[in-house]
Design a protein around this ligand. Structure first.
Ligand code: UT7
Length: 328
């Protein structure tokens, strides 16, 4: 049985913050010139205090449900891919979202695989449909700015908030489907990208001060090297497996972490950089949300025609990576 993406929706908070404004508001020792030249990031959207990861996911999910022409109670499952859920341990954000949506016939679970979460979610959602479910919501959503150390310029300039969601269903024709997925993990690099404190390994202790270990930490150089290798591997492996040439693919939609990572991977692959869809300049890195936000933008701009072949690529914390080959 083939499974297709029936619709896509996305949402970003209203507050768009440029590099200069970020430096000014958060007193970060940085510059637009450094951020643009090292990452390709020009701005990011920052959620208000009132907005939660789940409320951001809700807005994107509502749009995907409406575009699909279904009702929330048609959903059989809600898969919530995020590294920044509303609560650290439980309840799962997927259950909160299920209630907000009124998806009373749906099961719900969270999927924590960092920036590769949505890529994993698509494949898990596909498997659930093959297993008999009719409609599955996969949402990638993040409120990363609530986990940033604004005194760490190595990380605080990189991330933003947002969400993207898709509805999966059985394909009505062979023209649209999730053709294949490739999922991998390189746990040897797990320490390179983490929030050290607050889990069961380094639990919170009453009275303990919040310090650098309470926020997102990244060994940027190591993750960068991994990322270039991961993007190149995913693209090469899926293209070789399906005997695809560059011309066969309409777009490669990568996780938006750093423009230079994509330039280096394109060079390594011998592919035209223009094959890669990038919107990092506007949105920055929204982790599990980057790929569905990009798919939504491409859909809204009419860049995708039914039957187009596209390849998504994710990489990040874990260190996990992977991709999906889709016929739109
Ligand atoms: O989504 C999850 C996956 N994440 C990624 O894939 C991210 C991977 N890593 C990267 O994209 C890059 O490594 C970064 C963007 C994080 C850093 O870029 P870089 O070119 O590797 O810079 P660097 O870490 O080698 O730092 C170079 C210099 C340092 O100064 P010194 O020691 O040479 O004097 C940093 O202190 O740039 C400095 N620097 C900054 N300067 C101004 C680091 N961050 C900033 C900043 N503004 N925001």
């Amino acid at each position: 049985m083939a499974v297709e993406i029936l619709s896509v929706g996305a949402y970003t908070p209203k507050n768009r913050v440029t590099n200069d404004a970020l430096a000014d508001i958060y007193k970060v020792d940085t510059s637009d010139e450094w951020i643009m030249s090292h990452t390709g990031i020009g701005s990011r959207y920052i959620a208000s205090e009132k907005e939660t990861c789940t409320s951001i996911a809700f807005e994107a999910s509502k749009i995907a449900i409406e575009k699909a022409g279904i009702k929330a109670n048609d959903l059989d499952c809600v898969i919530f891919a995020s590294s920044t859920p509303d609560y650290k341990t439980f309840p799962a954000s997927s259950s909160i979202l299920q209630e907000l949506l009124g998806a009373e016939n749906a099961g719900a679970f969270d999927l924590n695989q960092g920036c590769t979460g949505f890529i994993y979610g698509l494949e898990v959602g596909r498997s659930l449909i093959v297993g008999g479910m009719k409609k599955v919501l996969v949402v990638g959503a993040e409120k990363l700015t609530s986990h940033l150390n604004w005194e760490d310029r190595n990380t605080c300039v990189l991330f933003g908030d947002g969400a993207g969601a898709v509805i999966l269903t059985e394909s009505v024709s062979d023209d649209s489907k999730i053709i294949d997925s490739f999922l991998r993990s390189e746990g040897s690099g797990a320490e390179c990208l983490k929030v050290h404190k607050g889990g069961s390994k380094y639990p919170l202790i009453a009275g303990q001060v919040v310090d650098d270990h309470s926020f997102i930490y990244m060994d940027g150089r190591n993750v960068y090297n991994f990322a270039v290798r991961a993007v190149a591997d995913v693209v090469r492996i899926l293209m070789e497996k399906h005997n695809l040439s560059e011309d066969d693919l309409k777009y490669i939609v990568p996780h938006q972490a750093n423009k230079r990572i994509i330039q280096a991977a394109a060079k390594r692959l011998g592919l035209n950089f223009n094959k890669f869809f990038l919107n990092i300049e506007e949105f920055a890195n929204t982790s599990a949300a980057t790929v569905p936000i990009a798919l939504n933008e491409m859909d809204e701009k009419g860049l995708l025609v039914k039957g187009d072949l596209i390849l998504t690529v994710g990489f990040g914390a874990g260190l996990a990576y992977g991709g999906n080959l889709l016929r739109w």
